[in-house]
Ligand binder design. Structure first.
Ligand code: 13P
Length: 255
């Protein structure tokens, strides 16, 4: 299965910085074998990214969407506005959206349904906090998040799906999960998605690991079969080291 390595830039990079990054990354694109590469810049940089990536295999994702199609929703961004720039994927349920901006399972579910309806491929983030991990609640938290987002959806409407397992305590801390723990969570996600949505969605599912991933540790994650890629924050902001991360992932993925 092809790996998917996605860059989540969060609130970093202007349009001009994005254009420069894309030009630099494209110089190395020929080295990205066996890996699907996705950049998720801020909304304001999508037009610059789309222009700079024209003719490239590098794809574009958004970091958020509205659950509404259009209307009087000040400050919101609708999927159709993003598709105009060739956006194909959207990150949903990121822990920063859950914990800083108060998005709960209900909001995430509505956004997921909107993304599917509009033909955007969701990257659904799940993950436990430090306290939940200490209380040995990791599996139950992941199951709850997956059920809340996916239970009752029509498998035909889902098609392809990406889940990102991002333990909250590993995000931006320099303290990544162990590859074995990431693989255990990824296995659970594969099993739960298959149970909820059936074989077809289950076999097309890719599960990423996210949380302090870098060029030095990516190989340990993607060499384990349940882990099908990574969602990368800090280590995706500099083009040369992000390119090294992608190359290392492709080399380590022996599956
Ligand atoms: P870091 O790679 O900076 O830990 O961020 C992970 C993340 O939140 C990606 O969505």
């Amino acid at each position: 299965m092809e790996l998917i390595i996605a860059a989540n830039w969060k609130m970093h990079k202007t349009a001009a910085e994005t254009a420069e990054f894309c030009a630099q990354l494209r110089l190395q694109e020929g080295r990205f074998s066996k890996v699907e590469v996705l950049l998720c810049p801020p909304f304001t940089a999508l037009a610059a990214a789309a222009a700079a990536l024209e003719g490239s295999t590098i794809k574009l994702g958004a970091q958020n969407i509205s659950w509404e199609e259009k209307g009087a929703y000040t400050g919101e961004i609708a999927p159709r506005m993003l598709k105009e720039f060739g956006v194909s994927h959207v990150i949903l349920g990121h822990s920063e959206r859950r914990h800083i901006f108060g998005e709960d399972d209900t909001v995430i579910r509505k956004k997921l349904e909107r993304a599917l309806h509009e033909g955007l491929l969701p990257i659904l983030c799940i993950g436990e906090t430090e306290a939940q991990r200490s209380a040995k609640k990791t599996a139950s938290v992941l199951e709850r998040q997956l059920h809340a987002a996916l239970e009752g959806l029509d498998p035909e409407s889902v098609g392809k799906l990406v889940i990102a397992y991002e333990p909250v305590w590993a995000i931006g801390t320099g303290q990544a999960a162990s590859p074995d723990d990431a693989a255990a969570a990824a296995s659970l996600a594969h099993a739960v998605v298959e149970k909820i949505l059936g074989d077809k969605v289950g076999s097309a599912l890719r599960v990423q690991y996210g949380g302090s991933v870098n060029a030095g540790n990516i190989g340990g994650f993607v060499s384990l079969p349940p882990v099908n890629g990574a969602l990368v924050g800090g280590a995706s902001l500099e083009p040369d080291s992000f390119a090294e991360l992608i190359v290392a992932a492709g080399e380590a993925a022996g599956h």
